[in-house]
Design a binder for this molecule. Structure first.
Ligand SMILES: *Cc1c(COP(=O)(O)O)cnc(C)c1O
Length: 469
């Protein structure tokens, strides 16, 4: 007999009632731009806010589920609530001009295709694929470009399983937003776990594979198993760790607790460990609120019980978490729950970044003000870090050298591993919010890595052009 679904009922103005009965599955119900107006909490918002959601959701991805609506968002604090900002499209995410273009079309009851054409034009102006992801990071095997993978740093291969390219809800600031709005050629997709296995087999320098997306945890356990099984092959002596990047612990913790195949998922983690490999869940948490619900904590406990480790990461984002106290509380709580703080990122230069961006100076101040308040167990975190074309560049601090105020920077990861951990310097600029807005300090013409990066880029570009010909 079909198990009864526990409904997370969404009644207007009803008190938040946290899910505490973990004995039966919870139905996954989600909303998009097509049906969000049926959410009772949304019906209670002003016409203005509702219309803004509609306009912005015509351009940028929007998906939210009942758990987020019911257990994470504080509906008495709209629009400022951080989880509302994190999941619902906001007026300021588009420039006034773009907003008005789409708003006018909607008001004039323009056709879907007219709105889509305007939206696509705006999308293409938002730097849809930053940091050379479409060409520079794609690996090649036997003369074939492996579209569903990225191999940028020597030891780590990113794998984008075809069936894991959506999420339980979308983050408004997402740097992979383009793949969710039907710019379909921007979708990374891998067909087969076997191809991944063969690639790892031929690249002894690869020690870990990172499943990413979208969110691989949207896959049923049976599907995920098909991707993972080939990696348990004992010939892959180089493969130490299977990482899974996911936001499910925050957006759909039931994935690990009450879903029909949650137990199978936990057994899969145990199987990977029995095959001599570590499981690292790279968990995306943007705010401590996401750690607070009983089911979120139960999910963490169950994952850790399998012997998997959980490392946490998030960008620092305006309107969501741009205050040190939020990070302090988040890192402290993560450690209390048994997780390891890993990265603080800088919001990438794509999509609605003008709305979400935090200048580097401010990002570093937030980082430091939080870092100095927590004990060493939380100080495993690194950042603020920019995932840029040459590598992951950390803002280590601000210093004065020979009377010149500078940013002290270092690579946490580099396209050339030899760049890692060498301090370098940029002119201090309180408004800069990305690497390409920085100028070398001390009158230097270039940063130390630039010539070599250019060579790496032109070699790779030539190779890709030859393959395409
Ligand atoms: C961050 C990142 C990795 C993993 O780097 P770690 O420092 O090992 O966590 C791998 N590939 C890409 C493209 C990345 O951005």
């Amino acid at each position: 007999m079909e198990k009864m679904h526990t409904q997370i009922s969404v009644a207007n103005h009803e008190e938040t009632r946290h899910l505490t009965d973990f004995s039966s599955p919870v139905q996954f119900k989600y909303f998009t731009e097509n049906n969000f107006e049926s959410i009772p909490q949304v019906q209670a918002l002003s016409d203005d806010i509702r219309f803004s959601i509609k306009v912005v959701a015509s351009v940028l991805p929007f998906k939210v589920n009942e758990y987020v609506i019911r257990e994470l968002i504080n509906w008495d604090n709209i629009p400022d609530d951080p989880i509302f900002q994190l999941t619902f499209p906001q007026h300021g995410m588009l420039t006034e001009r773009d907003f008005n273009t789409v708003a006018d079309l909607i008001k004039a009851e323009a056709s879907r295709s007219e709105i889509r054409a305007a939206a696509n034009k705006i999308r293409l102006s938002l730097n849809p694929h930053p940091a050379g992801q479409m060409t520079l990071n794609v690996p090649v095997m036997d003369g074939h470009v492996l579209r569903g993978m990225q191999h940028k740093y020597r030891e780590t291969v990113l794998f984008f399983p075809t069936s894991g390219q959506t999420c339980h809800a979308y983050c408004t600031f997402c740097f992979r937003w383009a793949q969710f709005v039907g710019l379909s050629d921007l979708k990374f997709a891998a067909k087969e776990g076997e191809i991944l296995r063969d690639y790892v087999l031929r690249h002894p320098e690869v020690t870990n594979v990172l499943f990413t997306g979208g969110d691989p945890m949207v896959m049923k356990t049976s599907v995920l198993t098909r991707y993972i099984e080939p990696l348990l092959d004992e010939r892959l002596e180089n493969l130490q760790t299977i990482r899974i990047g996911t936001k499910a612990l925050a957006y759909w913790p039931m994935r690990f607790v009450t879903d029909k195949d949650s137990d199978d998922l936990l057994r899969l983690f145990e199987r990977i460990r029995k095959a001599g490999r570590q499981v690292a869940i790279m968990a995306h948490y943007n705010h401590f609120r996401e750690l607070e619900t009983p089911v979120a904590q139960e999910a963490i406990r169950r994952v850790l019980d399998t012997g998997a480790m959980i490392r946490t990461q998030s960008p620092v984002v305006a309107h969501i978490n741009d205050q040190a106290v939020i990070w302090e509380e988040m890192w402290r709580e993560q450690v209390r729950l048994g997780m390891v703080p890993y990265y603080m990122f800088v919001e990438r230069d794509t999509g609605a970044r003008d709305y979400f961006k935090v200048p580097l100076e401010q990002a570093h101040r937030i980082y430091r003000d939080a870092y100095k308040c927590v004990n060493g167990l939380s100080r495993t975190v690194r950042g603020p870090s920019m995932s840029a074309t040459p590598g992951k560049v950390e803002v280590s601090g601000i210093a004065e050298v020979n009377g010149e105020k500078v940013f002290v920077l270092r690579f946490i990861q580099g396209r050339n591993p030899d760049w890692v951990d060498q301090p370098f310097f940029a002119q201090y600029d309180p408004n800069a919010s990305w690497l390409n807005e920085l100028t070398p300090a001390f009158g230097e013409e270039k940063f130390f890595f630039e010539d070599e990066l250019e060579k790496i880029i032109s070699t790779k570009t030539r190779m890709m052009e030859t393959l395409a010909a």
